[in-house]
Design a protein around this ligand. Structure first.
Ligand code: NAP
Length: 266
């Protein structure tokens, strides 16, 4: 198996990578390390945090399986601690076919007023905000039917695995990654006698589409770690992505135990 690594930029993480490589080589395994997407690795090991894993999936895409080693706190995408490297390498060498968990993505099509279309995706979420501090105004349609005109700071369309990230900070629901869905959540909506939104997060199934018709001339679009100002966007159409991201599971760590460890008791 060809393995690539993606690292958080710090000395400790680089030490962990070098230890990992030594242990894999010492185990006399058939696995080899490769250096980039052009080498088409079968597996990508992200060493760092959840942010590092997001960087890895945007570098390598949906083809390889991913494994995370966390060099900070326990993450949602990382299973292994650096002090468990021996156990990890033993399983990597012994188990030719690890269990694979597949996590849904958010697929979005951004259309500009002159009709150009850009296809993008996110593992955590798409975030839409106004480019300046003034109110974002967006008409929200679900499967072609008008839901509301949103006024506020922004909107988040998250995947199930992204539901524990930004979405959770705005009181969105935590969704198990085996559920193929997207979630639309509001950031600081204006609700008064003049303006009204549903003011709850909505969880949409696989075959539903949410369309955001943008009224502001300049907006900020975030896709996981990447963010950019876009001009003259007419609409953003979001749905559950066709591609899923594969995670190789060499140990049993349930999603709900991660929720407990991350948010309640580590
Ligand atoms: P960052 O601002 O450096 O870190 C944001 C935090 O979110 C980090 O602690 C990161 O974990 C954690 N995180 C990332 N994905 C997660 C997930 N699926 N479940 C639970 N926690 C998660 O940004 P970053 O490292 O580049 O990560 C980008 C992500 O930050 C975005 O996708 C967005 O979800 C999140 N974000 C959150 C807020 C908020 O909560 N108010 C605001 C902006 C962005 P690690 O420390 O393990 O990397």
């Amino acid at each position: 198996m060809k393995i690539a690594t993606v690292l958080r930029n710090d000395d400790y993480t680089r030490e962990v990578e070098s230890e990992l490589k030594q242990k894999v080589r010492a185990a006399d395994s058939p696995h080899c390390f490769v250096s980039g997407p052009d080498d088409h690795p079968d597996m990508v090991i992200s060493i760092g945090g959840d942010g590092t894993l997001l960087e890895a999936v945007h570098q390598y895409g949906a083809e390889p399986a991913y494994v995370g080693i966390h060099t900070g706190h326990l993450g949602f995408y990382a299973d292994w601690r650096p002090d468990e490297l021996d156990e990890f390498v033993e399983r990597l060498v012994e188990q030719e076919e690890p269990a694979i968990a597949e996590y849904p993505t958010v697929q979005c099509r951004i259309e500009t007023r002159d009709g150009q279309q850009y296809d993008k995706w996110a593992l955590n979420e798409l975030v839409l905000r106004n480019a300046s501090l003034s109110t974002l105004v967006t008409c929200v349609y679900i499967n072609g039917d008008e839901l509301e005109t949103f006024r506020g700071d922004g909107l988040i369309v998250s995947s199930p695995s992204g539901s524990t990230a930004y979405n959770k900070a705005v009181d969105g629901a935590i969704v198990h990654p085996s559920i193929e869905a997207i979630q639309l959540s509001e950031i600081a909506s204006i609700n008064n006698q003049a303006y009204r939104t549903v003011n709850s997060s909505l969880v949409l199934p696989k075959h539903h589409e949410v369309e955001l018709i943008v009224m502001n001339p300049e907006i900020m679009i975030g896709l996981d770690r990447e963010q950019a100002v876009w001009k003259d966007v007419r609409s953003i159409m979001c749905r559950v992505g066709q591609e899923k991201i594969k995670f190789a599971r060499y140990k049993r760590l349930t999603f709900w135990s991660r929720v407990r460890k991350s948010f309640i008791k580590g």
